[in-house]
Design a protein around this ligand. Structure first.
Ligand code: TYM
Length: 338
């Protein structure tokens, strides 16, 4: 049962391509400690993935892989609600109502839309543009107060806030107005090849991205090749805006090893980049290995995953139905006779 006395948290990841270390450090990892104090919903947002072309069989596989990954990363389905977005039809229905509240102008200004439209110039579909409205619907449907995401999603959460405030003032108080929860050092993990850009699932350069399924050899190889800096004091491991590559690796090291950035700077003083990169690789491998083993074990137990998803969808639907019928009533739709 959802605990109505606790504040609610909602977040999700798209089952598109391979989940990255950025997704883990910026989002999923930060969800697990919230489960104690908040009423949490974690969603595999498959409808969002359709905004770029997918191979149907791959999308199905990625969706189950991601479900298992959530659990392997510490999401406890007996505590939190874990479900697949398309299993709760209210997401798409509320999105339609919110479409009538969101403005084309504000959707046109979304950085991610502009970026994706550039990268998928042959497929600028309406879904791509409407995507932040569907995301607002995910959040508002559950009256979620806190949204733990990485920096790249802040603009979308702000739009969800704007839509909630606008709806509330037009139709009277209906939605909780959500806010972002950002991790201090993990909210923007950068590409290993272009350390001023974010590490992204869709990066065509495999060396730029550590995937959560990478084996230890791949992790070591990618980190050895990670772009660093050639400033005057090259080989000095320091967190510095002028050293974006090393700063990014320091963040990754700190998050994976538990050593603070300041202590890590001291630890690697005078040691050079080679030694540092090996230590980063060891720290990343030690985080990934248990997750990979647990994900594999869970994927072999299809019955368990199906039960989790069935129960998750039922628990999510119960909340979603309540919000949607309230919204339908507020906007003036005649209730269905049951
Ligand atoms: P997605 O699938 O692109 O990313 C999932 C989460 O990972 C974070 N993230 C990162 N954090 C740090 N460094 C990075 N390099 C990095 N790359 C990604 C993202 O910020 C995100 O938190 N629209 C969302 C999914 C979504 C959602 C929602 C999230 C749909 N509905 C409702 C929260 C609430 C997305 O595409 O995330």
């Amino acid at each position: 049962m959802a605990d109505e006395t606790k504040k609610r948290v909602f977040s999700g990841v798209q089952p598109t391509g391979k989940v990255t270390l950025g997704n883990y450090l910026g989002a999923i990892r930060n969800w697990t400690p919230l489960q104690e104090s908040f009423d949490c919903l974690f969603c595999v947002v498959d409808l969002h993935s359709l905004t770029v072309r997918q191979v149907p069989a791959e999308l199905r596989k990625n969706t189950l892989d991601l479900t298992a990954l959530y659990i392997a990363c510490g999401i406890d389905p007996s505590q939190s609600i874990l479900f697949i977005q398309s299993h709760v039809h209210e997401h798409a229905e509320l999105a339609w109502i919110l479409d009538t509240v969101a403005y084309v102008g504000e959707l046109n200004r979304m950085t991610q839309f502009k970026d994706k439209a550039r990268r998928h110039a042959d497929n600028i579909n309406m879904g791509l543009m409407n995507y932040p409205v569907l995301m607002a619907s995910d959040i508002l449907l559950y009256q979620a107060e806190y949204i733990p995401v990485g920096k790249d999603q802040v603009q979308h959460v702000e739009l969800a806030r704007d839509i909630a405030v606008r709806f509330n003032s037009r139709y009277s108080d209906t939605f909780v107005v959500p806010q972002c929860m950002l991790s201090k050092t993990g909210s923007s993990i950068k590409s290993l090849q272009e350390p001023t850009a974010k590490m992204s699932k869709s990066d065509p350069d495999d060396n730029a991205v550590i995937s959560l399924t990478d084996d230890p050899d791949a992790v070591r190889r990618k980190l050895r090749r990670a772009v660093t800096d050639s400033d005057t004091d090259a080989h000095c491991v320091r967190h510095d805006a002028a050293k974006p590559g090393i700063s990014n690796l320091l963040n990754v090291y700190s998050l994976c090893s538990g050593v603070s950035v300041a202590d890590a700077e001291k630890q690697f003083e005078g040691k050079g980049y080679g030694v540092f990169k090996e230590a980063v690789a060891d720290a990343v491998v030690s985080v990934l290995q248990p997750i990979q083993a647990e994900q594999k074990r869970l994927l072999a137990d299809k019955g368990y995953l199906e039960r989790v998803l069935k129960e998750g969808a039922e628990r999510a639907s119960a909340i979603a139905q309540r919000t949607l019928s309230k919204v339908y009533r507020k906007v003036g739709l005649v209730p269905k006779i049951r």
